[in-house]
Design a protein around this ligand. Sequence first.
Ligand SMILES: [Zn+2]
Length: 395
Amino acid sequence: MADDFKQLPSTVKIYETDGLTLDFDANVIRCAPYKGGFGVVLDRTAFFPGGGGQECDTGEIGGVRVSAAESIGDVVVHVAEAAVGVGPCFCRVDAAERMRRMEHHTGEHIFSGTVHRHFGLENVGFHLGSEYVTIDTSGPLTAEQLAEAERLANEAIRKDDPIEILFPTDEELKSIEYRSKKELSGQVRIVKIGETDTCACCAPHLRTTGQVGAITIISAMPYKGGMRLFMLAGNEAIKELRRRQNSLKLCGEMLSAKPNEVPDALARLKEAYEDSLRERTGLIFELCEMKLAAQEARRDFRLLVYEKADAKIANKLGDKYCRDVLFFLAVFGSANALRYVMKSEKLDLASCAPVVNEILKGRGGGKKGEISGSLSVPVCELESCAALIYEKLKQ
Ligand SMILES: [Zn+2]
């Protein structure tokens, strides 16, 4: 069937010279079963069949849904859900999706041309995704260069330069300097955007740079010796900036700060949080010391059980409270994730660890004067477990 379509006269491709005509009249010259639906060929079409990093269009032909369009030689075949009668019909490309793609695609030309012209970098990878555009550059850009490239690209958009489509002869092409990602053969289509960019491309574009509205680089990361940049253009850029404004506004409300004051307010909050964490640790340490002071008279062992303690606090207390007893044992953490730290100046705890772990139903180990690990006996049994450990280790 593909061969059959290929024999038909070349389709007049409206999208090649005019990206904004999306509703059009045409003549159906062939309709035949194709790819589970019907392949429809028109004498002229605004349906872009895909290429240059841009997906094909969808829409309607004579009221019948078109799910895809593709090139077979010079003929554009539309994949329709039902048969369409040969003869005149009204056609419509899905405008919202096509406009979104053209805003992104044209924005990408403007940005890549700007980066090429001002920083000498090539666009070596381009993907027009459903959420954002990615651009891979041939070399690195500093944060300042990236901000400058974004500013210059938006300046080019505000100049509202016409976007020209050229079909130069082989001879004319030799005198044109243009960006291209691959070796081209046959008629080369050049997209020229004022002084900003000249690039070989087959996809539909807007008529002027101003129609892009704005571009914004939402994030950037190092990638294969260059950068991978995430870009939004047109309506999607405005929508994303609105989402971010709303997030910032919510943060501001929670911090009782104006949106522009959020970073300073967050820095103050972080400082206050760190201060209170330090204060909390100090208070826990003091409380643990009070608990241990009550055991001052003990000469067998000292046991500290406090869920809010941690390994750092237990270690520090252990150094002080293991001196005149056989060992110091601290247990902390939540009931289903208890941890222990054990310290001694008199025992080789590394070799005692199996006995300790067996009694505490735990796992752990360490060095001569200090072992640590997890345990699973209930908190209420810890006093008797510690006494048992003492009995086993005192010989
Ligand atoms: Zn293009």
